[in-house]
Structures are given as C-alpha cells and as structure tokens.
Design a protein around this ligand. Structure first.
Ligand SMILES: NC(=O)c1ccc[n+]([C@@H]2O[C@H](COP(=O)([O-])OP(=O)(O)OC[C@H]3O[C@@H](n4cnc5c(N)ncnc54)[C@H](O)[C@@H]3O)[C@@H](O)[C@H]2O)c1
Length: 405
C-alpha cells in the first residue's frame, strides 16, 4: 500500500552499510528509496534487509509480543522500500539523502554534485564516510551548508551510535535535523567536528595497532594479548575483533587515518596486517586470519602464529595480560586527550561514543579520572622512551595534570 504521508529517505549505495541504514529507516517507520550503480546490488540488499527485519521482529517479539508474526511485520516494513534506477530518481521527494557508496573521494564528490543539482535546497545530503573529509565532499555541492556526515557503525541495525559530523560550511540546521532524524530511528547521535576518523575510528585505532606492535615485538602472543584485554573488560580481544571485521577492512581504515593525519608513526599500519591481507588471510569470512575457523568457530591461532612470536634475547620483555591491557588503554586515553585538544568532541561525548560505537567497558576520560591524571602522565612518560609518538602525554592531559598538582 502506498503511504505518501510518511517521510522519505534516499540511500545511495546498497552494500553492507546502505542496506543496514535502509533497514534502520524502515524500522523507524520511514519510506526508503534505494539506488546502487551495480546491477543486482539492490536485489541482494532487499534480501539482506528482509532477513534483518525478520530477525529484529523475532527479537522484539520475544520481549514485547506484538500483533502479527515476524515475517508479516517484516513484509509490512519492506513494502515501504522502493528501488530507483538513477541518482536523480532516488532523491526525488526525499527529506534526507544518505550516501553509502565506496570510500572514494572523487566518486563521492561526483555524487554530491549530482545530488545537489537534483534536490531542493532544504534536502539534507549526508555521507556515511568513515574517514574522508565531509568538508571536501561538500565542496562539490553548490549549497554545501546542507551537507553533513552521518556516520553509522557496522552492523547499523545493531549499533546505536551515529556520529553527526558538521563540515566547515555545514549549517547548524542541517546537523540538528540530521541528528533529530536518526534519533527518531532510535539511534544515539553524537556530534563530531570534521576531523579524520571523527571520534571512534580515531580514538579506537590504538586498540588494534598497539597489540599488533606488541605481537610483532614478541611481547605477547595472540592469545595472551586477546585474553588480557577481555580480562580488562573489553567484549572481544583485538585479534578476534580484526578477524570479525575483516583484516582488509581494518587495514584500509588504518591506512586512511595514517594518510589523513600526515603519516604519524603512531598510526602506521602494521606489516603483520599487510602480510595477512597479501596472503588472503582476511579473517572469519575466509576461515583464517589471526585465528583459524571451522564452521564459524575458532579452533585456535592460525598455524603461523601458533604459540608466540617469541621475544628475542635482549629484545623487549614478554608482558603479562594485565600490563598489555594497561598499555593499550593508555594509548587510547592519550589519543582521546589529543582528540579533545583538536576539538573533535567534548569529553563526555568521546566517552559515550567509545562505549556505544566501540563497545568499550568505560570511556577513556572516565578511566583517566579514576586512575588520576597525574598518575596517567607518569605511566605515559615511562612508556614514551619506547614509542614517543604514541605515548608522549598529550598537551591537554599535561595541562590538566599540572593544574591538579
Ligand atoms: N563497512 C563498514 O564497517 C563501514 C562502517 C561505517 C562507514 N562505512 C562507509 O560506508 C561506505 C560504504 O561502505 P560499505 O562497507 O557499505 O561498502 P560496500 O562495498 O559494501 O558497498 C558499497 C556499494 O556502493 C555501490 N556503489 C559504488 N559506486 C556507486 C555509485 N556511483 N552510485 C551508487 N552506488 C555505488 C557499490 O556497487 C556497492 O554496492 C563507505 O564510505 C565506507 O567507508 C563503512
């Protein structure tokens, strides 16, 4: 049945994120128009969305029984999805357009130019980019003030966080309305300035890079490092997490951030990631990454990493799990203070974003306050001889520690 009164969102790009975002909007009661440049992509997306809606209706039904069975609830929601043949058609009548095509600046700029021409000035144009500059994407539009970033996390139907990013020329109304719309879909909107990796992809980068450095140095094994972080309260160890995300996806994100920040040593991707990707050991999706998987279950570290990369005599010491976890947390805390200094977001928002978008058991600032900022500086100083770029205490942290003395 046609429901012309409902608001319409257009989604450009029907891959992993486009399909997930479309599902979120359908669950939120909106009509969704979907476009993808690849033949067959929207059919595959429709199947994935249907399965996702059924799963969500089953879950919701288990706690709050609703009239109708999950598949008819999902069919009703799916009836609000239409597929368009062009970028111009998909945007017709939409209040909001969300672009989730490939992570390629020139491609996104072409799309935003086209979308800007095709839509009235009050249509909000959003990009789901993970690491590109919203400002640079917006420059391709004649009316950049209505261009924002709406950064959903994967899987979009499950993870509650959306980073709402204002570019240099974004109007306040556009960011506010974008935030209100995703909140209406049940998401938690957190504002970020337009800085590489926004909040979570930047502040959480040490969660994988520091363990990779420790593994390479022989300071720990895949298992001791993963166990150390799980024991510290993280839902998953960094190597299990990289296997789940895909080592290729994680490497692409690491490379993007490394380049966007002007290649600082602390963001340098690990040769271990490069080697695994070159060897096609991409993680769970191919049955082998850091661990080996049979029928979707880990059977232990993959052969080449089994046991350990052992510490060499005279090399760095082998560390216990608690020391490893503390070191990774310190690297994250220091990056959080740097992001604060760069005015990426407020302390409270960074803490919330890390818990909601990266499933951390605590926010980095809360951890630093509990530990004591002065103590954090002492711990960072002790590590900065080994790796100054990661551990040299960030200026806002130093300032605060001095003020508290
Ligand atoms: N996968 C993640 O974890 C994740 C998380 C947050 C943000 N992102 C960002 O979301 C965007 C999409 O990522 P993804 O993982 O869904 O990628 P994907 O490869 O799964 O999907 C991209 C889709 O865009 C389509 N496409 C390419 N060019 C197009 C065009 N000109 N017009 C319309 N469609 C086009 C492709 O055919 C493909 O179906 C990227 O910018 C990515 O950085 C990804």
């Amino acid at each position: 049945m046609d429901e012309p009164s409902r608001a319409l969102v257009a989604v450009v790009g029907a891959g992993t994120m486009g399909a997930g975002i479309a599902q979120v909007a359908l669950e939120g009661g909106w009509r969704v128009a979907l476009f993808d440049s690849q033949p067959g992509a929207t059919d595959r997306a429709r199947d994935r969305i249907r399965q996702g809606l059924v799963r969500r209706a089953e879950k919701a039904g288990a706690s709050h029984p609703a009239p109708g069975d999950p598949s008819s609830i999902a069919a009703g929601q799916l009836a609000r999805l239409t597929v368009a043949r062009t970028v111009v058609d998909v945007a017709e009548g939409a209040q909001l357009v969300i672009e989730a095509a490939l992570e390629d600046l020139e491609l996104k700029r072409r799309l935003f130019q086209e979308l800007d021409d095709a839509t009235p000035a009050d249509t909000i144009l959003a990009t789901n980019t993970s690491a590109l500059s919203v400002t640079k994407i917006a420059e391709s539009a004649a009316r950049p003030e209505r261009v924002i970033g709406l950064h959903f996390f994967n899987p979009a139907p499950v993870l509650p966080l959306v980073e709402v990013v204002a570019g240099q020329r974004t109007a306040q109304w556009a960011a506010e309305q974008g935030a209100r719309i995703v909140e209406g879909w049940g998401k938690i909107a957190i504002r970020s300035t337009d800085s590489p990796g926004f909040i979570v992809n930047r502040v959480n980068r040490p969660f994988t890079l520091e363990p990779l450095r420790l593994l390479r140095a022989g300071s720990g094994t895949i298992e001791t490092i993963d166990r150390g972080l799980v024991d510290a309260g993280f839902p998953m160890g960094p190597f299990a997490l990289m296997d789940l995300i895909g080592i290729d996806i994680n490497l692409a994100a690491a490379r993007g951030l490394f380049e966007a920040f002007g290649r600082p040593p602390r963001f340098r991707p690990s040769p271990i990631q490069e080697e695994l990707v070159a060897a096609g050991r991409l993680g769970r999706k191919v049955g082998e990454g850091f661990y080996r998987y049979v029928d979707g279950r880990s059977t232990g570290p993959a052969a080449r990493f089994a046991g350990a990369i052992r510490a060499r005599p005279g090399g760095p010491p082998v560390l216990d799990g608690a020391t490893i976890a503390e070191r990774v947390i310190l690297a994250i805390v220091n990056e959080a203070f740097r992001a604060l200094g760069d005015r990426v977001a407020t302390e409270a928002d960074i803490d919330r974003a890390m818990q909601l978008g990266a499933n951390h058991p605590f926010g980095p600032f809360a951890w630093a306050r509990r530990t004591g900022v002065h103590e954090v500086v002492v711990m960072l100083d002790a590590l900065s001889d080994e790796d100054a770029d990661t551990f040299r205490p960030a200026l806002p942290l130093l300032r605060e520690a001095r003020a508290s003395m």
